[in-house]
Design a protein around this ligand. Structure first.
Ligand code: 13P
Ligand code: SF4
Length: 392
């Protein structure tokens, strides 16, 4: 076997514990990834950024971006904006959200469902912000970049759901959250990578139709073997499905090469290979742990608390690893930094600031505001609320 990883660039995102002086280590272990500046000033923001000791934030980055971060935090506070941050945001954008405002699709939907803020700025891709809008139709929901897509949501819409449904009358339809509102409106229930298996088990009957992610569906099929039959696009039908263009890049040969190059043997006590549910089935089966982005983070937290994690590789979007490397400085993280989601990467500090400045001017928000047809909101709310009920 060729032990060279195929993916071009890998980087070591962590810091070795023995290289960190004890006082800094103490501070780092207490410091959450989110910014928690009490007295807002440019100096306090800079100090906070330096104290994050982020392995990929150099002093030159902090000097270059502190002013923008300061202006964003000022406007966020002034207009009481709920700023949700998906785990795939680059570290400076991720850090604009408080720890409780950060998370995976499920956590952020749950947070969006109970906010009092008038404005929600969703640092993620538009399908995620649509969920926040559906749960808060009277609120103003904004994104930094409305053109950011997702290969799953963009390639499977309401028409595809309808034509597939017609083949399987009476079978409950479960749609992955990575889809747009009009597609959700055609389905019985929604799910995320954090709850798909549990939700499917709770649905009536012994069959479930899952759309649109084909690899996810195959992974679910394996998980539910002997419990429920999973039907999906392309399985016994002509319907084309979709895959995540980021996670499909990880091949089994990459994972095997990673195990060898970074010395992460299978089922090792303190070295772990993680994968996201959207990966290919053979990749998921090779991983030591698989889950949603936050479930991966929680498993890392648990192992760190038990002193059971020295090294990890995560087969997912590389900014997830960058953010976890900040949160868990004692772990040696490796990631493939060429595996980035180009859609998520469209959310930059500069665009976040532009969205907040538009609120501040009190003028036209159309470059950022997520708007949906009220009838679609009404119909898409049912599958999302059902999911939240079954996840409670
Ligand atoms: P999570 O729900 O696990 O955060 O995943 C969302 C996503 O887009 C993964 O690619
Ligand atoms: Fe969509 Fe994949 Fe990007 Fe997630 S990582 S937003 S599934 S393209």
């Amino acid at each position: 076997m060729n032990s060279q990883p195929r993916l071009a660039e890998y980087y070591h995102a962590g810091q070795k514990t023995d290289k960190i002086i004890p006082e800094v280590k103490e501070k780092m272990s207490k410091h959450p990834a989110g910014m928690a500046v009490d007295e807002l000033s440019l100096e306090s923001v800079k100090k906070e950024l330096f104290e994050r000791h982020h392995p990929s934030l150099l002093p030159i980055d902090i000097e270059a971006h502190a002013e923008t971060v300061y202006r964003i935090l000022g406007l966020k506070k002034k207009h009481n904006v709920l700023m949700l941050g998906h785990n795939y945001m680059e570290p400076l954008v991720f850090g604009l959200s408080q720890t409780e405002e950060q998370g995976d699709s499920l956590g952020l939907s749950m947070h969006a469902a109970k906010t009092e803020s008038t404005y929600i700025l969703f640092n993620g891709v538009p399908f995620m912000a649509e969920t926040a809008k559906i749960l808060n139709p009277s609120k103003t929901v904004l994104v930094a970049d409305k053109t950011a897509g997702c290969s799953l949501a963009d390639n499977f819409g309401a028409e595809e759901v309808k034509s597939l449904k017609a083949f399987y009358p009476g079978v409950p339809v479960m749609i992955y959250i990575n889809s747009y509102a009009d597609a959700k409106a055609e389905c019985d229930i929604c799910c995320t990578s954090a709850n798909a298996a549990s939700i499917a088990r709770q649905m009536p009957g012994d069959e479930i139709l899952f759309v649109p992610d084909i690899y996810f569906a195959e992974n679910l099929e394996e998980e539910l073997k002997g419990i429920k039959t999973v039907i999906y696009p392309g399985k016994g039908n002509q319907q084309k499905g979709a895959v995540c263009e980021v996670h499909e890049r990880f091949l089994l040969s990459d994972l095997l090469a990673v195990r060898e190059s970074f010395d992460i043997p299978k089922a090792h006590a303190t070295r772990v290979l993680y994968a996201h549910w959207e990966c290919r089935p053979e990749v998921l089966q090779e991983a030591d742990f698989y889950g949603s982005t936050s479930q991966i983070g929680r498993d890392i937290a648990k192992r760190v608390a038990e002193n059971q994690l020295e090294r990890a590789f995560i087969a997912s979007e590389c900014e997830l690893t960058a953010n976890l490397a900040e949160e868990f400085p004692t772990v040696q993280f490796w990631t493939a930094c060429s595996v980035r989601c180009s859609h998520m990467a469209k959310v930059t500090l500069h665009k976040v600031l532009k969205a907040l400045e538009a609120i501040d001017r009190g003028g036209d928000l159309s470059d950022h505001e997520v708007t949906l047809n009220p009838e679609v909101i009404e119909r898409a709310r049912t599958p999302i609320e059902r999911m939240l009920e079954l996840s409670a």
